[in-house]
Each structure stands twice: as C-alpha cells, then as structure tokens.
Design a protein around this ligand. Sequence first.
Ligand SMILES: Cc1cc2nc3c(=O)[nH]c(=O)nc-3n(C[C@H](O)[C@H](O)[C@H](O)COP(=O)(O)OP(=O)(O)OC[C@H]3O[C@@H](n4cnc5c(N)ncnc54)[C@H](O)[C@@H]3O)c2cc1C
Length: 429
Amino acid sequence: MTIKTVFDVIVVGAGLSGLQAAHVVKAAGLTVCVLEATGQVGGKTLTMRSTERGFNDLGAAWINDTNQSEMFKLFQRYGIDAEVQRACGDDVIQLADGSVIKTPYGQFPGDAKLLQGLLELLRTEASKVNLNNPCDSDGAKDIDKLTFREFCVQRTENAEASGIADTVCAALLGVESNEVTNGLGNQTISKKLSEELDPNTVKLQTPVVSIDQSQKDKCVIRTATGETIYCRKTIISIPTTLYHTISFNPPLPATKITLSDNAVMGYYSKMIFVFKEPWWRKAGFSGVLNPETGPISFTRDTSIPADDQWSITCFIVGERGRAWSKLSRSARYNQAWGQISQSFGKFVHSVPAPSNHLEMEWSKQAFFLGAPCPVMTPGTLTSVGENLTQPFKNIHFVGTETATVWRGYMEGAVRSGQRGGAEAVKALC
Ligand SMILES: Cc1cc2nc3c(=O)[nH]c(=O)nc-3n(C[C@H](O)[C@H](O)[C@H](O)COP(=O)(O)OP(=O)(O)OC[C@H]3O[C@@H](n4cnc5c(N)ncnc54)[C@H](O)[C@@H]3O)c2cc1C
C-alpha cells in the first residue's frame, strides 16, 4: 500500500528518543508519522503487570531527580509517582567459593580505598570533558585508545582495579570492561507521549526496511508490511548497531558504517521474582545480593508497597549472562532462583517460592539485539564519534547513544530526541 501524503517528518522507532523527536516536530506545526517495528511503544522501557495491582519494569527502571531533568519533567508532566529506592538492611555477598556473608547496605566488599581513588579519578577526568564535543576534550584521544579496564589499571597503577572496572562495566553496560572505552513504570511515559500525538500518528508492527533518498528533497520509506511512505525528512531512532537492518539508497556514508560496525550491545537481562510478602525485609535484608559467581550479577529490591507488589529484580549481565542465556527457559529459572534461595537461605529460615516471575532477554529480541545501549569499541569515538549526530542528506539521527549527556540512559534518549527533532524542524523551516 502506498500512503500518498508526504509527511514533513517520519520517525523510525517509537522508543523515548523517537517519540520525543515526534513531539518536537508536532509542536512546530509540522506533520509527523512514527513507524515502530514492534507491537508497542517504549522501546527499552517495558512495564509488565506482575501482581493483581502491581507492575514491574523489565527495561529501564531508575532515574534521579537531581540532574536527569528532562526525565524528571516528564514524570511531573504525566503525574507519575516514583518510588524512592529502598536503601537499608543488610546486603548478601556470595563469594567465589560459594560461601555467603552479609554486610550493611551499600558497603563495598572489596578494597574501598581503591574504589574511592578510582571514583575520584573518574570525577576529575569527567570535569575536563567538553560536553559540546567530548571527543575534543583534553587527552580524549589517549583515553579513547584504552579499554575501561586498561584505563583503571594504568591510572591507579593497581592491577586489582581491573576487578572493579569489570563489575562497574557489566552492571552499567552489560559488557566486560575490556570491551569498551570508557520501580517505576517507565513505559507509561512512552505511552503518554504517544497518546499526546495526533491519533494514528504511531504505526505499530511496521518495521522500516529501506530508505531511498535518490529523489530530490524527499525520502521514500518502505516497510516490511509492504507500505511505501513519503516524507521530507526522516529521523532514525533505532540503535546504531541496527543500521545494517535498513537498506539505504544511497548507502550510508563510510563514517556511519564504521560507527555501526564498531558499536556493540551488551548482554543485559532481568529476571524478576515476585512474592506474596517481603520476607527479606522482615529478616532485616535489603534484597541486594552481590555474587562473585553464578548467573546473577546483582539484585535490587523493586517492591512498590502501595501496590502490595514485592519483588527482587536480578540483573544477569555480561559474560555470565551470555553463558546463562544458552540454557533452556526452565534451566535459566532454576539457576537464578537456586542462587537467590540458596544465598538468602543461609540466613533466612524458610525462603518462600515466588508467586510469579518475569524474564526479558533483550539480546534475543530482533529489534534490539542487546541492551542497555550501544557502546563503542576503543578508538571509535575520537575517530568518527562526531558523526553520530551528523545528518545524512534528509536523514537525522537520534537515540540515547547520540547524546553527550546521560548517553545510554533514558535521559540521554529524551535529550537526543529534542536535539534531532529541532534539527529536522530547523532544516524544514
Ligand atoms: C534491562 C535494562 C535496564 C535499563 N535500566 C535503565 C535505568 O535504570 N535507567 C535509565 O535511564 N536507563 C536504563 N536503561 C537504558 C534505557 O532503557 C535506554 O537508554 C533508552 O530507553 C533508549 O531509548 P532509545 O529511544 O534511544 O532506543 P530504543 O528504546 O531502543 O528505541 C528504538 C526503537 O526503534 C524500534 N526499531 C528498531 N528497528 C526498527 C525498524 N527497522 N523499524 C521501525 N522501528 C524499529 C525498536 O523496536 C524500538 O522501539 C535500561 C535498559 C535496559 C534494557
């Protein structure tokens, strides 16, 4: 089917960045259509019902109210209640030999002085970054040559910093630190953003397969559902790692292809165990398990007491996650639940079985192929990083990894959508 209208802008992807870009276009009085491959809006924000009244986030969950201003504004605009993260009780640490100990909430089990030094170092380096063009900052090229692990070990002159680097990297990005250089209901925000657009603006289950720019001042977009749609500008919000899934005519410039080829997605899954009651709270625990071994990398208490929703969310990430991912569904459940019940079971007399569980393996989803966001291999950012946001003829590029602030987070996605939407509007007006 051919849609005869020529839209001012077509946005590819209805994650936070794409929907935010669509809002900017609509606010400028231009026509916009959003094409989304999956059956729902929100991208890597995915909220599912887990109890009669409760919900859990299988994608992004946390924001802060100090410097994630754009996300915080959206929370306020839509009147979304945020649950303050519970931070008390004892954490459980599972050591490499399988034994378990407990420590007060948040206490780092390793060399705290080394961690402190490393954080100080990162703060100092971060303060030197030119946020308008991070690749142009002092010493950026030298730092970009190193993996995060190499950076930590070199600068602290302590080989043990590699362990901390690995933990931080896997927890934040789902990759090991030698791969990279450097409870809310979050889907509700995407749903609200989508509802505020004109009816039928967002077309679900409509994967874009090609974008043709051979005609002057026009993009011809074809979808896997057989539609041909015309527009004056296109905004692409899909992860950089997926550019190869769309056929571009003329082809994307070499720099964009280099970026796409050198971006990697981490392994970052959540398995959420839901309970009838917060047995760990009653026993004085925080719900945090920090294991040195096993499939789980760390857990958090993601309960919402007002909804009588009691849950522990397990993050299964990086190399441990990739190995776990090869197991059958039931074996994955058994391994993860076994680790929780055995670790807490050393302290809690009787750990009740979960009343429900939810699982999301982003790496197995065709339109994501990993999570939480694309990260660049060493040297890529300072050689071609500038091209992340560079338009290509009538195509503009957004997505959390194109943000200079809070790259990789929901905040970065929203900010990139604002930037890309404004870019397209400016070019059209
Ligand atoms: C498990 C997990 C935990 C996270 N935790 C946090 C957290 O606590 N705090 C935080 O701030 N961030 C977190 N994040 C990161 C955050 O979710 C992302 O940074 C953000 O949602 C990315 O938004 P985006 O719009 O850039 O990309 P996406 O959300 O990936 O949106 C891209 C959209 O494009 C669609 N698409 C892909 N290909 C096509 C195609 N060919 N045609 C049409 N559509 C297509 C996809 O279906 C998707 O909807 C987490 C992510 C995950 C997965």
